[in-house]
Ligand binder design. Structure first.
Ligand SMILES: NC(=O)c1ccc[n+]([C@@H]2O[C@H](COP(=O)([O-])OP(=O)(O)OC[C@H]3O[C@@H](n4cnc5c(N)ncnc54)[C@H](OP(=O)(O)O)[C@@H]3O)[C@@H](O)[C@H]2O)c1
Length: 241
């Protein structure tokens, strides 16, 4: 039995990944700000799921999360925490707001991975990657900026970390609150039309599908290839262009 840490576990892909890991008999430390939702998740497998409510963008909370893990070797950290990134014209992006989203999407995965590595071994550090990192769309620039930044942060980590594999997992489009937010945007957000088309073509996965596929990946031994960058495409592939 291994131990995993999943952030953003109160909903979306974090929730379903944590649940799928516990269903496979793995122990999971689950993190999000909403304790009630974490308690519901933990109630599914009280012997395996350890809830820690906290804000990954907050240094004190991160220290508490790391203290809870207590140096136990981690099979994976899954960085699922994500904020409701604004859909708005590029000229209206607010720098202070962007900084806050940056703290959650980019700085927190760096800081948490580094702090956990100082305390013990981490076999895999996992981000949910996105084609938005390479393909900006009208009205959805903030998201592209954040996804490109975290992708490069983890690719940089892959160059330097010797005993930790960096997994960049592309889940395609997934029916989570984050996607709902884009789908609810007006015609000025080109991404909304793009994702509505995917939904209409049946190309949006459920969080449960993604959680199960990712849990299968995380419970498969890495073999000799223990460090560096690993790309995985799960869910439906998204037509590009
Ligand atoms: N959905 C998609 O189609 C899609 C596609 C490709 C990549 N991704 C990426 O996948 C990741 C997960 O996305 P998702 O769609 O599963 O998101 P989501 O459903 O919106 O869930 C986000 C989670 O993050 C938590 N969270 C937000 N701020 C936090 C903070 N400061 N500290 C701790 N937890 C925090 C939320 O819980 P609390 O509010 O309780 O804190 C929630 O559990 C994101 O990086 C996203 O960019 C998503």
């Amino acid at each position: 039995m291994s131990i995993h840490l999943v952030t953003g576990a109160s909903t979306g892909m974090g929730f379903s990944t944590a649940l799928a890991l516990a269903e496979r008999g793995e122990s999971v430390v689950v993190v999000a700000r909403r304790d009630e939702a974490l308690q519901v998740l933990a109630g599914e497998h009280p012997d395996l799921i350890e809830p820690v409510d906290g804000d990954v963008a907050d240094r004190v909370d991160r220290d508490r999360i790391v203290a809870h893990v207590g140096g136990r070797p981690l099979a994976s950290i899954v960085h699922g925490a994500a904020t409701a990134v604004p859909t708005e014209p590029w000229t209206q992006l607010d720098p202070d707001e962007l900084s806050h989203h940056f703290q959650v999407h980019v700085a927190a995965p760096i800081a948490l991975t580094a702090a956990l590595l100082r305390a013990g071994a981490v076999e895999r550090s996992v981000i949910f990657d996105s084609y938005s990192a390479a393909t900006p769309r009208d009205g959805w620039g903030a998201y592209s900026i954040l996804k490109a930044a975290v992708q490069l942060a983890m690719r940089s980590a892959a160059l330097e970390l010797e005993d930790t594999a960096i997994l960049r997992v592309y889940p395609g489009a997934v029916a989570t609150p984050l996607l709902d937010r884009i789908l609810g945007s007006g015609p000025e957000v080109a991404a909304a039309e793009f994702y509505r088309d995917l939904r209409d073509q049946g190309l949006v996965s459920t969080p449960t599908e993604i959680g199960n596929q990712l849990a299968n990946l995380l419970t498969t031994p890495l073999g000799a290839d223990r460090n560096g960058e690993h790309l995985h495409h799960i869910g439906h592939s998204i037509p590009q262009g």
